[in-house]
Structure formats: C-alpha cells, structure tokens
Design a protein around this ligand. Structure first.
Ligand code: PLP
Length: 432
C-alpha cells in the first residue's frame, strides 16, 4: 500500500517506511492512497472465523506489495494475544469491548500491531530502533506494554514526575528490559518539548535511529479497522451496522471510515464526543473551529483540535456534505455522562467507563431517532481503569482487571532527570 501525506501528494511512502517516519516531514499524516477491495475477504469469512485469521487476511491484502501472507500471519499472531468481544445490551444494541488487551484500552490494538510489525520489518535490517515518546499517562503505557521484549527495539518514555496516577506510573516503570522510563522534573509539556527537540536534532535522530509511536502513526491506525470488520461479520444477520465511536483525536473513527471505503457495509457512524465537540459542531454548522480542550470525566477524549480531522477531510474531499452522509455527531455533557453511567448500570447491570458511557448514551439517542437499526457501540476502556469516576458516580468500585492488579506490587524503576534536553541526550549516550 502506498501512503501519501495529507499535506503533500508528492510525499509517497511504503507502509514499512511510513511506520518508522510517523509524522510526514511536511507535518501531514500518512493515509492509504490506493483503493482496496475487501469484499472477497468478507465473503470468505463468517461468524466462526477467528479474529486473527481475518486480521491476517486484511494485513496481507493491505501489504501485498511488501510482505508475504505468512509474514502477515506472524505479525498478527504476535500482536493479538487478546480479542475484541461483543456484549449484548439489547436486541439491536451491542457493546464492542475493545479493552481485553494488556493495558485494558482499545489503544492496545494499534500499539500491539505497530510493535510486532516494526519488529518484523527490523529483522531484515542491520539497525536497531529507539522509540522516544512523551506521555501524560495512558498512551505511553499502551506503547510500553506493546513493545516490551520486542527485538532490536528500545523504548524511552518521558513522563512528568508526580503528574500521572500511581497505577499509570506502575504501568510505565515496572516492565524493565527494553522499556526505559524517564521521570522528568517538569510538566507533560516539558516532556513533549524534549521529545520534539530530540527529533529536530538531525544528529541525534540519525545516531540512535529515533522513531515515534504516536497514535497518528498509520501503523496504529490501520489495525483499528479490523474490529469494525470483525464485528460486522459477527452481526451480519442484523443488517448493516451503525457504529458509535467515543472520539477524541478521531483515530478510531477514521479507521472505521477506511474500512467502509474498502467495501465494509456500514449504515452510519456516530461520532460521540464529550464537551470537546468540534466535530459535531462542524457537522452542524459546516465550519471547523478547533479550540483549546476542556477537562471532562472522559479525559482520554479531551481533545480540542483532533489530529485525524486531516485524514477525514482528505477522505471526504473537504466537503461537509460528504461528512454528513456518513457521520452523525452527538455531544454528551459530563452531567449526561453521569446519568448515563447510572442508567446503564440500573437498566443493564453493565459497568461502563466514562468514555464508553458517552458512546452508549449517543447510541441510545440514535436508537430513539432511528428505531430498529443494528447499533454497535464501541467500548474503549475497562471501567476499572477509571475507578475514581465510578466510585464518585455509582458508589461502586469496579474490579481492577488482573492485567493491572499484577503490577501493584512490582517495583518502580525510573531515572529521574531534569527537563533539560542535555539530560535526555546523556541518557541516550549512556544506554545506546
Ligand atoms: C484514546 C481514547 C479515546 C479516543 O480515541 P480517538 O482515536 O483519539 O478518537 C477514547 N476512549 C479512550 C479510553 C481512549 O483511551
């Protein structure tokens, strides 16, 4: 698959190149520039087909110019030791649980696939790679978990001292081996600035083969299309699905749009946001006004300028009517999230994390408007990851998933550094 930058059609790369580059040099995002037809694959598969067999077929097709079907199968099998699950709330409303991976959030799908494909691509090369990433908590842990023990790859994670939750800190600092945690005396913005400075330093970048694993990486976006396709196959009898996607940066939703563009039958997408609703507002008014984000219960969706808007614009040729034909926007306030979490628990005995609750609330609204549609509502995180919110709103402490409880007694290992780039440089010099 040839990928192009959203900002420069002459910037063309193979998938293998694009995953190591991350963000295009012109600041654009890579998008699939050739058509792909998955309808023959859909025909082959039925509700008994395994997630991995489907993912391997899709990977082999997407990368048919670059890798063999056996390599595709290998990448997929190393990535997906966990699977999506459908949970039925009502006849026409299923929750697609995407939180059964190592850090109990849907980002495990993208991070895990990126890690195993990078490992596979590096086998044929002489060099190693160093992934450098700044985190305010969650995204870093998905990357750390996904790259743990991968060959020829080291991961350096910068996080702000005292500003991540204790559990998040454990997720970043207890893996060891090729995962190196740097506790920065500063803010998340300092961490991000240091990473940017390192990438802008050509000598440093070359010397250590620095690369990123941000959520905008096409290697994380592509595998997120798999669970849309898998769940459509599972629910085929119920009619073309409506997918509700709790959204922040819109990577998840964009992956669904790509699946649709490759031939997946989809009736509609619902873009569910919290008060950070620039996309629903755009659908209403036809004007795109990115703005500073505000803090909400569903904090992984607190994004005021979603980076994947660029990819959606490319797909829809910057025409708001094309957006409207495919996406319905829904905004769910904190107050509505609160009452949704309560009623989802009362009506279905189902514990939803605040992000998932935003999605289910939007799905219920949609079902009122269009009764009878087959709705698949994406669940993006395990409720146990957002204990405090559940305790505050429901008065219930959800059980922590085992994947996370295991970490509590493990010993933290992190190197404390200042927010000066020279400290990061010295770390790299000493270790690689
Ligand atoms: C990242 C994240 C989201 C938002 O996904 P995008 O792809 O950025 O739209 C939603 N919920 C949770 C729990 C997340 O971690």
């Amino acid at each position: 698959m040839k990928l192009k930058s959203t900002r420069n059609p002459k910037e063309v790369r193979s998938f293998q190149e694009a995953v190591f580059i991350g963000l295009a040099p012109d600041g654009g995002l890579y998008y699939p520039s050739e058509s792909m037809d998955i309808r023959p694959i859909l025909k082959e598969m039925d509700a008994n087909s395994s997630f991995n067999s489907l993912a391997a077929r899709l990977t082999a097709e997407f990368l048919k110019d670059e890798i063999s079907p056996e390599e595709a199968q290998d990448i997929v099998d190393k990535a997906f030791y966990f699977k999506p699950k459908l949970h039925r709330l009502e006849e026409n409303l299923q929750v697609l649980e995407l939180f059964h991976g190592g850090t109990c959030a849907f980002k495990d799908f993208g991070a895990s696939f990126l890690a195993s494909s990078m490992e596979s691509f590096l086998k044929g090369r002489k060099n190693k790679a160093v992934i450098l990433t700044a985190t305010s908590g969650d995204t870093g842990s998905a990357v750390a978990r996904a790259f743990h023990n991968k060959e020829n790859i080291d991961v350096v994670i910068l996080y702000p001292s005292g500003r991540v939750s204790p559990l998040q800190e454990k997720q970043l600092t207890t893996l060891g081996g090729n995962i190196h945690a740097l506790e920065v005396k500063g803010s998340f913005d300092d961490c991000q600035r240091m990473v940017k400075e390192a990438f802008n330093n050509a000598e440093l970048k070359e010397k250590y083969h620095l690369t990123s694993a941000n959520s905008i990486n096409i290697g994380r976006l592509f595998p997120q299309s798999f669970y849309y396709i898998w769940s459509q196959i599972q629910m085929r009898e119920a009619g073309n699905p409506v997918f509700t996607v709790p959204s922040g940066n819109f990577g998840n939703l964009t992956a669904g749009l790509y699946a649709q563009s490759w031939g997946l039958p989809v009736k509609n997408f619902v873009a569910a946001t919290n008060a950070n609703d620039v996309v629903p507002q755009y659908l209403l008014e036809g004007k795109y006004n990115p703005r500073a984000s505000v803090h909400t219960y569903s904090n992984a969706m607190d994004v005021g300028a979603p980076s994947n808007f660029e990819r959606m614009e490319q797909l829809f040729m910057s025409d708001v009517d094309n957006f409207r034909k495919n996406i319905e926007g829904m905004t769910v306030s904190d107050k509505e999230t609160e009452s949704a979490m309560k009623s989802i628990y009362a009506d279905y005995q189902y514990l939803a994390c605040p992000h998932t609750a935003v999605g289910i609330e939007a799905s219920l609204r949609y079902a009122k408007k269009y009764p009878g549609d087959n709705i698949i509502s994406l669940s993006t995180a395990h409720p146990g990851k957002f204990l405090e919110v559940s305790e505050e709103i429901l008065g219930i402490t959800p059980e922590l998933p085992e994947e996370l409880t295991k970490l509590i007694d493990k010993e933290k290992k992190a190197e404390l550094i200042s927010s000066d780039i020279s400290d990061l440089k010295s770390f790299l010099d000493r270790h690689f």
